[in-house]
Design a protein around this ligand. Sequence first.
Ligand SMILES: [Zn+2]
Length: 218
Amino acid sequence: MISVWDKRKEVVEVSRRLSELGFMPSTSGNVSVRLDERRILITPSGVPKGALQPGQVDLLGLDGECLECSLKPTSELGLHLAAYRLRPDAQAVVHAHPPIATAFACAGVELPTDIAAEVLVALKTVPLTSFFMLGSRLSDSELPLDLREALLARDACLLSNHGALTLGASLALAFQNMELLEHYAKICLAVHQLGSQRHLTSAQAAELMELGKKYSRR
Ligand SMILES: [Zn+2]
């Protein structure tokens, strides 16, 4: 049985790796993990993720109530709580601002859905969802419909004019999904610069997404 302290250390380690990748500049981005059906751990507001300490990770109820908070929880708590509400299978949520994926989100350009086999297996497609105000509580009525649909159906999405969000059946998988999302965004940018795209057929894309179910990343 993993202790709460070990989970805090896991949050710190993943935050540090995301910071080192340049996905969480300054104090931006946030990481959370589900402890049980009632509680989560989440990174606090205002702390650079490379300098985070286990004791600074906040413990909250899924209703947003602080249970053990040494610092103010992230202002993007509402996004995490919405993800856990909609996805009982999600054990972790990562929200970050990886530069190339965020550039797509700010340009309003969807990532292509039919060019990279491995991405179709791991993430299926990556929806680009509508803008919502930072720091909002995101109750069910405030949640943009396309964000709700993306959270229900996918483990990764782009948040318009903002950044990216990934979920996972573990914190390690939510991290890997974010890493893969940025890698894919880089590939898409390079493909665009090359000026040519070789598309998979819709049958090939569907088969690859089926294959993803077999590997059961959700
Ligand atoms: Zn953000």
